[in-house]
Ligand binder design. Structure first.
Ligand SMILES: *Cc1c(COP(=O)(O)O)cnc(C)c1O
Length: 420
């Protein structure tokens, strides 16, 4: 079945009253009815709800749906995108290990992966995901994961996934791709051989800026990479915290199962059932929305490129972009999602544009139906020293847009008057 159909129907069988909408199971716990059922669920002899920190019927529909839409084998939902990234890494690496992280990723992921994890003994090495020429040399015996974004936020660059996957597979290292900005409608990293996809559901999946959430999806047959792989004894040796369970012996996709049974169980960053329900509503229209976001953004990018006061525009859907060919080849219908940035030339002019726009809101979020404008140098990248700023492409005059679903002519008019 195609993604649009899966997004509306997959994983939900009507029962009882025949409710058309997925029911919201706003509950903490579940009645097992018999002692035997309770014992079977804990022993994994029978799958079913135990306690909402571990699983919930509404959240499970979201998990099954996103897994189908991303062409995966299984998924687990978390309370935020940051939690999804943390669990995906913590499932692979422990104190003394290292991970390899793309230079151009979301700021929150950078601080988590390079600073916070260091306090737990996991160190990060940085690579250039545009080309991945430096990746192979960074891998050693203690390398447990390679992390990158398909379409990066806020740099709006497109990674060389094929090359990253080739190198990861040569060394039997798990690759993790954050697919938040591209969305599963435009790009499916698992089809390219990536092992694990993570999402911040807080962006295009909710689509209207309604809730914070995250998702982890594993590819089909990832078990084969994990089983008997010396890098990952945690999947092959008895788990003392779970009665000596050996994940490699289970007939399920074991990556997300281990996140559930050992990480979510203990750390507990689980989604609220109501938020899962909101993400289910968002997924239903994701395919329609992301196309419109992409079309609106391309029109605005072309308008800005032709504007005499704009120095340059960064949008992978533009022919002038170094990522244009990659997007045309790999992204659905050449759509490049809803983020663009442009160089206004000065801090003062950038400030003027932010202050004078009426429809665009000054907000540090992306993927909302409502258009958003940000000035990275004075907000998200404020703590970065000036010399490092230039290196990461964040100049004083850089303005970033997350283009929403308003009428694009109104958005262009708004930008035009703000630049006068
Ligand atoms: C927002 C974002 C995150 C973090 O997600 P939260 O849901 O805010 O925790 C991670 N990756 C990318 C690419 C993002 O845009």
């Amino acid at each position: 079945m195609n993604q649009e159909t899966l997004a509306i129907h997959h994983g939900y069988e009507q029962e009882g009253l025949g409710a058309m909408a997925v029911p919201l199971y706003q509950t903490t716990a579940y009645d097992f009815k018999t002692a035997q059922t309770a014992a079977n669920r804990f022993a994994l002899k029978e799958l079913g709800p135990i306690y909402t920190r571990l699983n919930n019927p509404t959240t499970e529909i979201l998990e099954n749906r996103i897994s189908a839409i991303e062409h995966g084998a299984a998924a687990i939902a978390t309370s935020s995108g940051q939690a999804a990234i943390f669990y995906a890494i913590a499932n692979l690496a422990e104190s003394g290990d290292n991970i390899i992280v793309a230079e151009k990723i979301y700021g929150g992921a950078t601080t988590l992966l390079t600073h916070t994890l260091k306090r737990f003994g996991i160190s990060a090495k940085i690579f250039d995901s545009d080309n991945a020429d430096d990746l192979e040399d960074l891998i050693d015996d203690k390398t447990k994961a390679i992390f990158f974004e398909s379409l990066s936020n806020p740099h709006i660059s497109v990674s060389n996934t094929d090359k990253i996957v080739q190198i990861a597979n040569r060394y039997h290292v798990v690759s993790i791709c954050d697919n938040t900005v591209a969305t599963p409608i435009l790009y499916n990293p698992l089809d390219k051989g990536v092992d694990v996809v993570v999402h911040s559901a807080s962006k295009y999946i909710t689509g209207q800026g309604l809730a914070i959430g995250g998702l982890i999806i594993e590819r089909d047959e990832l078990n084969q990479k994990l089983i008997d792989n010396k890098r990952y004894p945690q999947f092959n040796e008895p788990d003392e915290s779970y009665h000596g369970l050996v994940y490699a012996n289970l007939p399920f996709p074991i990556f997300t199962l281990r996140v559930r049974l050992s990480l979510i169980r203990d750390i507990g960053a689980t989604p609220a059932p109501f938020n899962s329900w909101l993400f289910i509503q968002g997924l239903e229209t994701l395919a329609l929305r992301i196309k419109q976001h992409s079309q609106n953004t391309l029109k605005i990018a072309k308008f800005l490129e032709s504007h005499p006061k704009v120095k340059s525009v960064n949008y992978p859907g533009l022919k002038s972009s170094p990522y244009y060919d990659r997007v045309q080849k790999e992204f659905k219908d050449g759509y490049a999602s809803g983020l663009l940035s442009f160089e206004s030339g000065s801090f003062e002019f950038a400030e003027q544009i932010l202050n004078k726009t009426k429809i665009f809101s000054v907000v540090v979020n992306i993927g909302d139906s409502k258009s958003i404008i940000t000035h990275p140098a004075s907000t998200t990248h404020m703590q970065v020293p000036p010399k490092d700023l230039e290196k990461s492409g964040v100049t004083p005059g850089l303005v970033r847009l997350s283009v929403g679903l308003e009428n694009v002519d109104d958005l262009i008019e708004d930008l035009k008057q703000a630049m006068e």
